[in-house]
Write a protein that binds this ligand. Structure first.
Ligand SMILES: [Zn+2]
Length: 365
């Protein structure tokens, strides 16, 4: 383990023997593993320094190798520099899980989830060694981390931040991103979010969109969120992003089907649902034997499966349960939104992954 003092480890000038001065930006890399051919696998990182002193903010993507929206967003920041970085250091990692990314897979080839092996160990399995290397070389040097994800393959998610809101430093950056929803929850053991936050690198998870896709509206939404966080940390000038509404909740549920079949979808991520309202209806292959899957409570659709085929127990819809008052607030806010607003564009994009139909009233629950 590193014996460096906290001050030394957070010196933002020296990255793998490259000196990057205030106002400069540079791509650096370090070896994180080796391929089956014995060749080094080097992780590219873009370091961007503001003129003034400030915090070091790490933005990571594709820790699950098939979740590409974050990769696209980070590439956009590197190539376009869409804001002026005035203070601090921005550490941009387009792909953390390079090996999974190569095979368009969430996991490593041995089936391990890199995001369950932090902070890792130099003597462990492949996932644990990669996690250790990344944690020691990059995470320990950072004050904050925004970890960019999509949902798992075959699902679509409305943008939200997952954060442990009992941690004041975490809560501050979680709110600054300006998502409509913050899911207040502790992360599982071994995640980057838990391990980094435990050593004082306040980390939030930003989740939006679908795996194996790069969506322009999700990219725009993610970019605005990162910029807003940097404004909050006084690294960039401007005003923090104001969401259309703001909900913090820890109550969420995946609604599962009890019957196999082919799905007709009736709602999409970003919709409000009433208790008892059909979310989707499964039928057999010729459209008979309809079985509606109903909302257990009034809620907000955070995510949906995009796979039309389901077996009993499959998760169909991810609902959040804000209070009745908050649900009314969302409804009022949505009425005021134009079709051109980012919120509505996101909603329309995410609905496009499925065929939406009206639910019929002649089905038996
Ligand atoms: Zn993920």
């Amino acid at each position: 383990m590193s014996k460096e003092s906290p001050a030394a480890k957070k010196d933002p000038s020296n990255w793998f023997d490259e000196i990057i001065r205030p106002g400069e930006d540079e791509v650096v890399s370090f070896q994180i593993s080796e391929s089956y051919l014995g060749a080094p696998i080097k992780l590219p990182i873009h370091i961007w320094r503001g003129e003034r002193k400030g915090p070091t903010v790490l933005v990571t993507a594709a820790i699950h190798g098939d979740e590409l929206n974050g990769t696209g967003t980070i590439r956009h920041i590197i190539s376009e520099q869409p804001f002026d970085l005035e203070a601090g250091t921005l550490v941009l990692v387009p792909v953390v899980n390079l090996i999974g990314f190569q095979s368009r897979s969430r996991l490593l080839p041995d089936g391990h989830d890199l995001n369950r092996h932090f902070p890792g160990s130099p003597d462990g399995g492949t996932a644990s060694r990669i996690a250790h290397c990344f944690f020691e070389q990059v995470v320990k040097r950072s004050d904050y981390c925004i970890d960019l994800h999509t949902t798992a393959a075959g699902r679509a998610a409305f943008p939200c931040v997952r954060a442990d809101m009992s941690n004041e430093k975490v809560a501050g950056i979680a709110r600054s991103v300006g998502t409509e929803f913050i899911i207040d929850c502790k992360a599982p053991k071994g995640t980057l979010r838990t391990s980094a936050s435990n050593i004082g690198c306040a980390t939030i998870l930003f989740e939006a969109g679908e795996a194996l896709k790069l969506d322009s509206d999700v990219l725009e939404y993610t970019l605005l969120g990162i910029e807003s966080c940097l404004i909050h940390l006084r690294m960039v000038s401007g005003k923090v992003k104001k969401p259309a509404y703001h909900i913090e909740t820890s109550e969420t549920q995946w609604v599962r089907t009890t019957k196999g079949g082919f799905l007709d979808f009736h709602v999409a991520p970003g919709d409000l649902v009433k208790q008892g309202e059909p979310i989707a209806t499964s039928t057999d292959l010729v459209g008979d034997d309809p079985h509606p899957i109903k909302a257990p409570r009034d809620g907000f659709v955070l995510g949906m499966t995009t796979l039309p085929t389901v077996a009993p127990g499959d998760a169909v819809c991810h609902l959040a349960y804000p209070s009745r008052n908050e649900l009314r607030k969302i409804a009022r806010a949505c009425e005021r939104l134009s079709e051109e607003s980012l919120h509505e564009r996101m909603r329309n994009d995410l609905a496009r992954g499925t065929v939406m139909t009206e639910s019929t009233n002649d089905v038996e629950g």
